[in-house]
Design a protein around this ligand. Structure first.
Ligand code: 7TS
Length: 412
């Protein structure tokens, strides 16, 4: 494992050397998407310059080369999450598409009237809206696990909400708003004891925490490449082979078939059955490079760095009397995402003002409106860190934040 050296790492990211509004960019919106190192950008250019072809089709040199790169990416992802087989790795556009695939394929086949689907109140819309649709279509019930006052989850709430009627339990391993990291292994174990299957949304956790699907024993896992240094437009669905084997295809067309007759079709083997149409080879190549880059630095180092920055930022934010933090205030089971509000200021004003100091943060409902309603907060501001962020960037952010209320006419 390489020594963790932020100065060196920053040199790999061309976007970070830009100025914004005349100030050095301080990018604190990594939960939305991360920037891409040259290693990833170069891999994608190399693909187009030397290998570009439509995979799984022609037997010509480039076609074989593109197919190899695409399948190497599948192997890379399999290793990354310790899945048993490449058949269990399906490439999608993003975590959202992966969740929709599970809902439309597994949900439509297995959910029945009066069944229950259980999700956490802090889910991203992509792990709520597809289930609302399935619940409506099937006359099933969508139930929510609520949180404690410290924004953590009490296992008693899990034991109450997951019942013998529960068919599906879906939970993000790390909340994109609160930063809370949930005890997914225990939740999976309990869901299984009640006969339910489990979906872990790893969109926020995969970039920071080593995920071992065999150890967690989840039935499905989803994540997006773009939140872990990879390009946009490539996502992953992991599913246990025995479940995927029994699931109907989600999208129909080229590449996912075995034989097509005028009126009937038989479908391809896994994983191709779930990958209709020309795949995103460029994205898969970029994701391979991103995983290589992350593994070179080491997920343990990345997680430790995130914790250091989070602890520093929490301390600074808690020292400001008019700032309220939405999320755990210590590092116990918590990731590198901090949501907060500034008394008397709309989060959009906060982000617009800090932007003039070069600071990029996110404001709004973070695609988690049910959580916002539960927290009684119409919107929050959010900072989120990744490998290239530094304590001095947090200092710049805190200084800019201290100017927000002055700008808006408050004394301090
Ligand atoms: N699940 C979680 C936990 C997320 O944070 C997000 C995106 C998604 C799913 C969807 O990912 P996508 O790649 O399919 O869009 N979260 C955010 C965010 O917090 N700010 O912008 C996107």
């Amino acid at each position: 494992m390489k020594k963790f050296d932020v100065k060196q790492i920053r040199k790999d990211f061309p976007t970070l050397s830009q100025k914004v509004n005349g100030k050095p960019l301080v990018y604190l919106d990594n939960a939305a998407t991360t920037h891409k190192p040259n290693f990833v950008l170069d891999a994608m250019i190399d693909y187009y310059e030397k290998h570009n072809a439509n995979p799984n089709r022609g037997a010509h040199y480039l076609g074989v080369s593109a197919t190899e790169l695409y399948e190497n990416a599948r192997e890379k992802v399999r290793e990354f999450i310790n899945a048993k087989s490449n058949k269990e790795i399906i490439f999608t556009r993003n975590a959202t598409e992966s969740l929709n695939l599970i809902a439309y394929s597994y949900g439509m086949k297995y959910v029945e009237e009066d069944d229950e689907i259980v999700v956490c109140i802090s889910e991203h819309h992509s792990n709520i809206v597809p289930w609302q649709k399935i619940a409506n279509l099937k006359k099933a019930k969508l139930k929510f696990i609520y949180l404690n006052e410290d924004y953590r989850l009490n296992m008693d709430e899990v034991y109450t909400k997951i019942t013998d009627k529960t068919k599906i339990v879906g939970i993000a391993q790390m909340s994109n708003v609160l930063g809370t990291v949930y005890p997914v292994k225990q939740i999976v174990e309990y869901a299984h004891s009640k006969g339910a299957i489990t979906i872990i949304d790893g969109a926020q956790s995969a970039p920071h925490i080593k995920i071992d699907v065999i150890d967690i024993n989840t039935d499905f896992l989803v994540f997006s490449g773009h939140k872990m240094l990879g390009p946009m437009g490539i996502g992953v669905l992991y599913g246990k082979e025995e479940l995927l084997e029994e699931m109907p295809p989600f999208l129909m067309g080229g590449d996912m078939i075995e034989y097509v007759e005028e009126q009937n079709t038989t479908f391809a083997e896994l994983p191709h059955r779930f990958e209709a149409g020309t795949p995103n080879v460029e994205g898969a190549v970029g994701l391979t490079a991103a995983i290589d880059y992350i593994e070179e630095i080491g997920l343990d180092n990345i997680n430790t760095h995130g914790h250091k920055l989070t602890s520093y930022a929490l301390e600074k934010l808690m020292a400001i009397p008019y700032v309220k933090i939405y999320g755990p205030k210590d590092l116990d089971n918590r990731g590198a995402v901090i949501s907060f509000s500034v008394e008397g200021c709309h989060p959009h004003d906060v982000s617009t003002i800090v932007d003039t100091y070069g600071v990029a943060l996110r404001a709004g409902h973070h695609c988690a409106q049910p959580l916002m309603k539960y927290l009684n907060a119409p919107a929050t501001s959010r900072i989120s860190f990744y490998i290239y962020n530094t304590k001095s960037e947090i200092d710049i952010f805190i200084d800019s934040l201290k100017n927000v209320r002055k700008w808006l006419g408050y004394g301090s």
